[in-house]
Design a protein. Sequence first.
Length: 109
Amino acid sequence: METNTQLLSNFLFSCGGNWHNTLYIRDDAAGNGYLMTADRDGMPLLMEVSAFNRLTGNSIDPAECCGEMALGVFETVYAKYLLWRCPSAQEHSLRSICVQAHERGGGTQ
């Protein structure tokens, strides 16, 4: 299982070392957000903003990310991906992806 430092390092590597190169995914219902980049195969890599803040001490301003989208838009665009990645429809899709990365010992979510 990767440590928090390894997860952060992999995430930052994928976004060119700068969180400004990520897409901010807004979850209005939960009152939080996620940073998204892509790995070398184009698969989405996600990190909760609260986790990023905790690990780096940086506060994220969504307006400073390279783009922003609502959670519903992400779920529509990645519907097929989420179908395969999320264990159940009841789970929060982005949170489920973040948790799966820790459980399988890989990824940077």
